[in-house]
Design a protein around this ligand. Structure first.
Ligand code: SF4
Ligand code: SF4
Ligand code: SF4
Length: 300
């Protein structure tokens, strides 16, 4: 099977999906978001049923490894341009194909730059509950920084042909890419770095604070039970993002929260059940992308 599965504008890169042969993960975030049964499994691997897919983009924001995208719309560039504009309103289907493309990372960046934000959600698309979920997570995180923001959620009945939106933007983006590809490449933000930059803005004086990250879809922290770990390195070898790795002297297992996508592969692969999720993370560790020693080797 080709690694890229796609239709007119929606694209799934199976190699980035956690359900590859190698990662053997049980992630089902995208297919639980899809209202059209357009994503599912074939032989335990992710499959796009392209004829069923309406290219609505509702699933895009949930994928922890950015395996899903709408070709006509670069969400990272949208966020970057929006926070640098004087706008404070985002209209679903007019400005962005779906609020399902947002996630906690994007929402934190948005509200730090736009403390009064209006999100006009389309009645037909019904992303309200999804938005509420990431809004709650964002609020729970930013309360530790004593940072206040306000989002007005406005329901709009847009009754617009969604395909027109996608095609119009696809055409625009092709033209734009042709003329300005080198500039777009230069300014294309690395979204997690943009998140860090923004968290640094609001975290002065709160660096030592411990965030409660229970149920977070953005922050993850790990500990190793030293009495159980056998130093087998299975977790190091299977982590898809190198968030767990060996230090340069090869005598420690180290964790970097910034790189972790919370896929749980390390917890599942560990035969000894030595790896655990921690419910807290210190702000300064995250914003400084600090490595933390999980265990020093002892070679039993
Ligand atoms: S959300 Fe991403 S990683 Fe998870 S199954 Fe879907 S494509 Fe794969
Ligand atoms: S550290 Fe564990 S949970 Fe985090 S990305 Fe790596 S395997 Fe997944
Ligand atoms: S935590 Fe588990 S998987 Fe990782 S090295 Fe230790 S025993 Fe192996």
């Amino acid at each position: 099977m080709d690694s890229i599965q796609k239709n007119e504008t929606f694209e799934l890169d199976s190699l980035k999906c956690l359900r590859t042969e190698y990662f053997l993960n049980e992630c089902d975030l995208c297919f639980s978001r899809c209202n059209f049964d357009a994503l599912g499994l074939l032989n335990e691997k992710i499959k796009l049923f392209d004829k069923r897919c309406t290219q609505c983009a509702d699933c895009v924001g949930v994928c922890p490894t950015h395996a899903l995208k709408i070709n006509s719309f670069d969400i990272n560039n949208f966020i970057y341009n929006f926070i640098n504009s004087n706008k404070n309103i985002i209209k679903e289907r007019d400005d962005i194909p779906s609020f399902g493309m947002l996630n906690c990372t994007y929402l934190i960046i948005l509200v730090i730059n736009k403390p009064k934000l209006i999100l006009e959600y389309d009645k037909e698309k019904n992303n309200f509950f999804y938005l509420q979920n990431i809004y709650k997570q964002t609020k729970n995180i930013l309360k530790y920084f004593n940072y206040n923001f306000y989002i007005e959620f406005k329901k709009i009945d847009r009754k617009k042909d969604f395909k027109n939106f996608v095609n119009k933007n696809l055409f625009k983006s092709i033209l734009k890419n042709k003329q300005k590809s080198f500039i777009l490449n230069q300014i294309k933000p690395q979204i997690k770095d943009l998140l860090i930059k923004n968290l640094k803005k609001v975290s002065k004086g709160y660096e030592k604070t411990k965030l409660n990250i229970e149920n977070s879809t953005l922050f993850f922290n790990k500990t190793i039970d030293k009495n159980r770990c056998t130093n087998c390195l299975d977790c190091v070898n299977l982590c898809p993002t190198n968030a767990i790795f060996q230090n340069s002297n090869k005598n420690e297992i180290v964790f970097n929260s910034f790189n972790c996508v919370g896929c749980h592969i390390c917890n599942d692969i560990c035969k000894e059940k030595a790896l655990h999720n921690s419910d807290y993370i210190q702000i300064e560790d995250y914003i400084n992308k600090k490595n933390k020693t999980l265990i020093k080797f002892f070679y039993k």
